[in-house]
Design a protein around this ligand. Structure first.
Ligand SMILES: [Zn+2]
Length: 303
């Protein structure tokens, strides 16, 4: 009798615990939760940037949506824990998640690619990245060629990634997106460019990958062993400087003044602060200076 009673009580207790616990979703499990919230995930209202191109991301992390007339394309996915807010932003613009056909990835780091796996599950969209980024996305962890290798958290991996080469084009509906390989911040970094029109007025939009020369404690941009990678980084910056670029969106908005532009756009949508034909040049100049400063610091005080 006592044994029976204990069994019943145990079953009740388990049942109760089961009722109150929310089952954990491995694809949206937070990464660096407090840090990410403070630094990147302040909400901003979803808004049209120009033509068929919308912002559906956050104050510190860009996620861009392109409405092609035959489906949607997302650029970047932010973090696992921000997927539900991102999806709510897409819906609040009147779009359906199931219309997302492609999700383009700028870099295989958890803050831009961490949400990809959940988004693929929820939308059925195809992830597209450079070949070398795809290797990282498919394992969920960066390789030792990544300047931040020792400090990077893992993120949910994506099984099926389509590769695109530099200069290759992706077509959907009325939109053609060109891949621009921009290695440096990561070896697989890719930027994306497309044209967007409002009536007769057409603008070239660039979604620029991060160009900031950050690293773990071991990596030196000026080291002989990394000479090839740093040469590529310089070539990326030179290329960014010369891109045709009427509107620049960067993976982290603040790295190109995008945070200020968003606030201005929300305050006064009539004069669009994103029209800035010097934006890519300024982005390149700023990051060339940061790279030079970084290398000077390394040689002044080798770590
Ligand atoms: Zn990064």
């Amino acid at each position: 009798m006592l044994r029976q009673l204990t069994a019943v009580m145990l079953a009740m207790a388990t049942g109760l615990a089961g009722a109150t616990e929310v089952p954990e979703d491995p694809l949206t499990k937070p990464i660096a939760e407090e840090f990410a919230k403070r630094k990147w995930l302040t909400p901003i209202p979803p808004v049209r940037i120009f033509g068929n191109t919308y912002s559906v991301g956050f104050e510190g992390l860009s996620v861009t949506l392109i409405h092609t007339g035959k489906g949607l394309i997302l650029v970047d996915a932010a973090l696992p824990q921000s997927v539900s807010a991102l999806e709510a932003n897409v819906r609040s613009l009147g779009f359906q998640l199931s219309d997302i056909k492609y999700i383009l990835s700028t870099e295989p780091h958890y803050d831009h690619a961490g949400g990809l796996a959940a988004l693929v599950r929820d939308t059925g969209g195809q992830v597209v990245a450079s070949k070398s980024a795809a290797v990282v996305l498919q394992s969920g962890r960066a390789g030792p060629d990544d300047p931040q290798f020792a400090e990077l958290p893992e993120f949910p991996k994506i099984i099926d990634v389509r590769h695109m080469r530099d200069g290759q084009k992706l077509r959907l509906g009325d939109t053609v997106i060109t891949a621009i390989a921009t290695p440096g911040h990561t070896a697989g970094s890719m930027s994306w460019t497309w044209q967007s029109c409002e009536g007769e007025s057409c603008k070239t939009i660039v979604f620029g990958s991060s160009l900031n020369p950050v690293s773990d404690d071991h990596y030196h941009y000026g080291a002989e062993a990394n000479r090839k990678a740093t040469d590529k980084f310089r070539a990326t910056i030179a290329r960014m400087r010369k891109l045709r670029c009427d509107i620049l969106i960067t993976a982290h908005p603040a790295q190109s003044g995008g945070d200020v532009k968003f606030r201005a756009l929300l305050a006064n949508p009539v004069s669009n602060p994103f029209f800035d034909s010097a934006a890519c040049r300024n982005y390149a100049d700023r990051h060339e200076q940061l790279l030079n400063e970084r290398i000077a610091k390394e040689s002044a005080a080798p770590r």
